[in-house]
Design a protein around this ligand. Sequence first.
Ligand SMILES: [Fe+2]
Length: 199
Amino acid sequence: MFKSKIDIKFSDREVPCSADVLLWNYWDGEHLLPVHGGYKSAQLLYQGETFSLCLFKAKPPYLPFSIPTLAFVIQHRQYKQLTYALQIFLLSKTTIDIRPINNQLCAVSVRYQMMLPNIFTCISPLLLNLVPKWFETVFEEDLPLRIRRQRVLNAGFIDYKGMPHWNGNSGNYNYKFKHPLIPSKGSALLDHQYYESYG
Ligand SMILES: [Fe+2]
């Protein structure tokens, strides 16, 4: 039924934050609506320790409508995330590989693979234009968030109980992202009546 048509990779793009800050950003579902113009709704159906099942509505570039998406997101390895998603009739796999460089810098590679039913292969040219535009847009939208997160860690942020007294050398330079990232109470991400968490 499905035929592989699209395979686009963005390789080794440097990001001015640590690999774990980038991981935090990828798992932080609460930023999707306020930060990304392309997301119209986002809800969790299930939150596992290193995976989640999500329901989105996303409006891709060039299209005048939002597309419902069911997505399964997995932390496959320490710095490798996989997302399998079904967008109406389009089956996709997104692979995110993060390469740590130092505690202020990493690089990310993102690969988008998409399969279409044979009768819809005519939209492949549209997807070949749309996917790079989507990638560049979300990358730019995420950048300030990633930089800001790295800055507060450098200033010593540990938790929300107050910042430590700055003594010139109290940066939290060894931040490690911990799974799972449960959304805060009252978050719209938790609104779905099917929502369950493993914990
Ligand atoms: Fe983002």
